[in-house]
Design a protein around this ligand. Structure first.
Ligand SMILES: [Zn+2]
Length: 204
């Protein structure tokens, strides 16, 4: 039986519940509740959501410089002349960038790796945006790189790997202070903790 056969057999409502259940943080009960909400909600509102989902996937690409998702060639941060382009903060995911932005403490630019080194999950250097990072480094405008990967074993490993890669460039490489609980992620840290972690960063 192919996937589309099984979807047809499931019926469209059951399929909706199944699709919603694939979203992060949505368990089977929430998926069912959302599905029933969609069934009874105003048609215009639901179609507007569907259209929004479609256009996000069709029009969003990676920023040419920092690899953050954007509608344009450059993201809003990279194209903001008030940002300090001599400091670059390296994060694993766009959601980590959002957390640091919310802290309001950082005025430099970012680089989004879109993952971390995780040999057990087959995530090697080629799966991350390291080539783009090295191109930025070669341009010579960067004076400091802040490693803001998550305080997990893999996040630390990624940060160490990148530091060794950046060593010959002579750029100052720092790591966020240990304010964020080990094993946790930047996305869960509150703004004050992140602001402190940035303020107390130390050289690697
Ligand atoms: Zn950008």
């Amino acid at each position: 039986m192919t996937l589309s056969d099984s979807n047809q057999q499931l019926g469209i409502i059951a399929r909706l519940i199944e699709e919603l259940g694939k979203l992060p943080g949505i368990g089977p009960k929430s998926a069912e509740r959302l599905a029933h909400y969609i069934l009874t909600a105003d048609k215009k509102q639901v179609l507007s959501l569907a259209e929004c989902l479609r256009s996000v996937k069709e029009s969003i690409k990676q920023c040419k410089v920092c690899c953050n998702p954007t509608e344009n060639e450059l993201c809003l941060i990279c194209s903001d002349p008030r940002r300090d382009s001599s400091v670059v903060c390296i994060v694993e995911q766009p959601r980590d960038l959002s957390s640091i932005e919310r802290s309001g403490m950082f005025r430099g630019l970012y680089h989004v790796l879109h993952g971390k080194l995780a040999p057990l999950d087959n995530m090697g250097p080629d799966n991350l945006t390291i080539d783009q990072l090295m191109l930025r480094v070669e341009k010579g405008d960067i004076q400091e790189i802040i490693m803001a990967t998550n305080p997990t074993m893999e996040g630390d490993g990624t940060s160490l790997y990148l530091s060794s890669l950046l060593g010959p460039s002579g750029i100052k490489v720092t790591r966020l202070a240990r304010g964020i609980p080990s094993g946790s992620g930047l996305e869960f840290a509150n703004s004050q903790i992140l602001a402190d972690a940035l303020e107390g960063r130390r050289e690697l």
